[in-house]
Design a binder for this molecule. Sequence first.
Ligand SMILES: *Cc1c(COP(=O)(O)O)cnc(C)c1O
Length: 322
Amino acid sequence: MRIMSPISAIQTINHPIFKQHKISVQIKRDDQIDKVISGNKWRKLKYNLRHAKAIGADGIITFGGCFSNHIHACALACKQQQLSAIGIIRGEQSNHNNYTLSWAQHWGMQLSFVDRKTYRFRNDLDYLQRLQKQYPNYLIVPEGGSNSLALTGMAEVIDELNHQCEFDTIMSPVGSGGTLAGLILGDKAQHEILGISVLKQQNYLEQHVNELLPEHAKSYQNWQIMNQFHRGGYAKFTPDDAQRIHSFAQHVGVGFEPVYSGKMILALLDLMQAGYFSEHQRIVLLHTGGLQGLAGMFDRGLLAKQDWPELPIAPIKQQSSS
Ligand SMILES: *Cc1c(COP(=O)(O)O)cnc(C)c1O
C-alpha cells in the first residue's frame, strides 16, 4: 500500500438504456486502485494500517469468511507494510487452500478457523478484550475493515469525485455499511447517496451506518439503503441475474461480479426501468472491486469461468507449478 494514494479514474459508460432514459452514468474505478487490494477494502484499510504503524503495533487481527475480499486484501496490504496479520476465519479448516485463503497465507497471514457460533462474537466486547489480551500488540480491525478509520479512507472517494466531475447521485453496494458511511461522511449532504444492500436485512444496516457516523453526520438525510435488490440473500443470484450482469459488463467493457458490484448494476437497470431516475440525472457508480471473489464461484461451479473477467492473479497452485 503506497503512502501516496493513487486517484482512481472516473469513466463514462454508454448503454442504449441510458440514452433511452436520458440519464448519464459514470463509474469510479476503485477496482483499478490495486490489482489485489481491491476497491473499497484498500480505502478502508489505508488509515487502519497507518494507525497500526503509528502506534507501533506488530500487526493486525481481523475477521472474514472463507472467500472474503477483505481477508485477501488485508493479507497483502499487511505484508507490504511489514505488519503481521492474523485472520479469524468463519468456517472449515478444509477451505484453507481455496484461492482466497491460499493467497492470504502465501502473503503471511496466519489463519485461525472458528465455527459459526464463535464467529458471532466478533463484535462482542468481552470476546474482543480477551483477544486483545492474547495479542496485546495487535490492532483489532472489524470484519470488512469497517470502523471509524475506514470512514476517513472512504470519504476520500467524494473528495476525488468533487475534483473529477459533477454528479447528482452516487450508488454503491452495501455489505457491512462501512463504505456507505464513509461516503455519507465525505459527501456532507451534497449529493443523493444510494446504497444497494447485497443481503437480506431488517434495517440493521441503516442502524449500523448511523452508529458508524460521527455525531455531526448523523443528521444527514441525503442517503438511503435500498433493500429490494439482494436477489435472495448474500452471494445468492439466479442464472438470469448472472446473465444480465455478464451482458452488461460485455457491453460497457467493465468487469463485475455477482456478489457486490453486479447487484448494484442490476439495481441500476431495474430502477431505471421503473422510472426512478429523472431526465438528465447524473449518476456515479462506485466500483468497489472484489473480482477475486469470482475464484470461489468458479471452483464451486456457481459460474462458468469463460463468461467472467480474469482473476486478478492466477490461482496459487497453478502459479507454483508453472
Ligand atoms: C466488502 C465489499 C463491499 C461492501 O462494503 P461494506 O463497507 O462492507 O458495506 C462492496 N463491494 C465489494 C467488492 C466488497 O468487497
